[in-house]
Write a protein that binds this ligand. Structure first.
Ligand code: GLY
Length: 321
C-alpha cells in the first residue's frame, strides 16, 4: 500500500479568550512538544490508534488541561473523568464514563476496543482498571482544589469550571470549559480519534459528558472529529457524527464544517471541534471565543490560539482550503 503523509490535530479545550498572564504562549508551550513527539512517531510508522492514545496520555498528564491530572472537581468535590476512542478503519467506538482514580482514562478506552462491552460507566470502569492492574492515582491539583473551595464559598454560582489551569486563579464570570482531543491520519491513510475530559466542573453527580459519546468523538474511514465545549450543546447538535457523516456522504470537509457551524451559530451553541479527512485536509471550527488547538500539516506546526473572536472555521492543507 502506498504511504501517505501523516496529519495530526490536537486540542486542549475551548472557551473564552486566554486572558491570564502568558496565556497564549503557555498553552503553545504545552501543545507544541506533544505535536512534535506524536508527529515523529507517525513518521516512524505507528498506527493512528496508537498515536491517538499516546497523544491523549500526554495531554491527560499535563495539569494545564481539564483531563486526567488537573481534572476539574464535580459539585461534591470528586474527580470523575470520561474518555473515548474511535477507530475509523474498523468504525469501532469504546470508552469510559465517570471513572475515578486512574491516571489515564484513555488507557481504559483502548483496552475496551477489543471487548464485547465497549462503553463502561463508573463501577464497571473501576473494575476494569483493577483487572488491568492499573495503579490507583489521584489527579487532584492544588489549583483545582482551590478553584472548588472558592466556588463553594460562592455557593456554586458558576455552572462550570475553567478550561485551562492558569498560574493564578482567573477572576472571571465568563465560564471557560474544556477537554482534550487528538485526531490522526497515519501513513496507511487510517483515521483515529480520542477525547478525554474531567467534565464541566461543579456538575451534579451522575452527569454524563459528551466526550465518551459518539456526539463528542466520532470517526469513519472518511473523517474523524473530536469536540470540546459545553457537552449538552455538543449532544444537542450531535456534533462529531454530523460532520463525519456529511463527509462520508461526499461533502468536502470544509463544506461540512461550514454547514455544521452555521447551524450551530444559529442555535447559539458554545463549543469547538477539530477534524481530519482521509485526503489529509485538516479543519477546525468554533462558536466559542477561543479554541486551543494545534496541528501538523506535514510541513509545519500551526495553531488556532490567536484566531480572532468571531472566526468560526479554519481549514488547512486541502486544495480547497
Ligand atoms: N465537553 C466536555 C463536557 O461538557 O463534559
Amino acid at each position: 500500500m502506498e504511504k501517505v503523509q501523516p496529519k495530526l490535530i490536537i486540542h486542549g479545550g475551548a472557551g473564552s479568550s486566554l486572558k491570564g498572564k502568558g496565556g497564549v504562549e503557555a498553552v503553545r508551550r504545552s501543545l507544541y512538544p506533544i505535536i512534535e513527539e506524536i508527529y515523529s512517531l507517525l513518521e516512524s510508522g505507528i498506527s493512528a490508534k496508537e498515536a491517538v492514545v499516546r497523544g491523549c496520555q500526554m495531554l491527560e498528564d499535563n495539569p494545564r488541561f481539564n483531563a486526567g491530572t488537573g481534572s476539574v472537581l464535580q459539585s461534591d468535590g470528586q474527580i470523575r473523568m470520561s474518555a473515548s476512542l474511535m477507530d475509523g478503519a474498523s468504525q469501532s467506538f469504546s470508552g469510559v464514563i465517570n471513572v475515578s482514580r486512574v491516571k489515564n482514562p484513555i488507557d481504559l478506552a483502548i483496552a475496551l476496543q477489543s471487548s464485547p462491552d465497549r462503553v463502561l460507566s463508573d463501577y464497571g470502569a473501576a473494575e476494569l482498571a483493577r483487572e488491568l492492574q492499573i495503579p490507583s492515582y489521584n489527579g487532584l491539583t492544588e489549583l483545582r482544589l482551590q478553584e472548588w473551595i472558592q466556588e463553594r464559598q460562592d455557593n456554586f454560582k458558576r455552572t462550570m469550571a475553567g478550561v485551562v489551569a492558569e498560574s493564578e486563579l482567573v477572576e472571571t464570570s465568563n465560564a471557560r470549559r474544556g477537554t482534550i482531543g487528538v485526531v490522526v491520519l497515519d501513513t496507511q491513510r487510517r483515521l483515529s480519534v480520542g477525547t478525554s475530559t474531567g467534565g464541566k466542573g461543579f456538575e451534579r453527580i451522575g452527569r454524563v459528558s459528551d466526550s465518551a459519546m459518539p456526539a463528542g468523538n466520532y470517526a469513519t474511514q472518511y473523517a474523524a472529529v473530536s469536540c470540546t465545549g459545553i457537552g449538552e450543546d455538543i449532544i444537542d447538535e450531535c456534533l462529531a457524527p454530523r460532520i463525519v457523516v456529511r463527509v462520508t456522504d461526499g461533502m468536502s470537509l470544509k463544506e461540512a464544517m461550514q454547514r455544521t457551524f452555521a447551524e450551530a451559530h444559529e442555535h447559539k451553541r458554545d463549543f469547538g471541534a477539530i477534524a481530519l479527512d482521509a485526503s489529509g485536509a485538516i479543519a477546525w471550527g468554533k462558536t466559542s471565543q477561543a479554541l486551543l488547538a494545534a496541528y501538523h500539516n506535514g510541513e509545519k506546526i500551526g495553531d488556532t490560539l490567536e484566531v480572532p473572536v468571531g472566526t468560526e472555521i479554519g481549514c488547512v492543507f486541502s486544495p480547497e482550503c
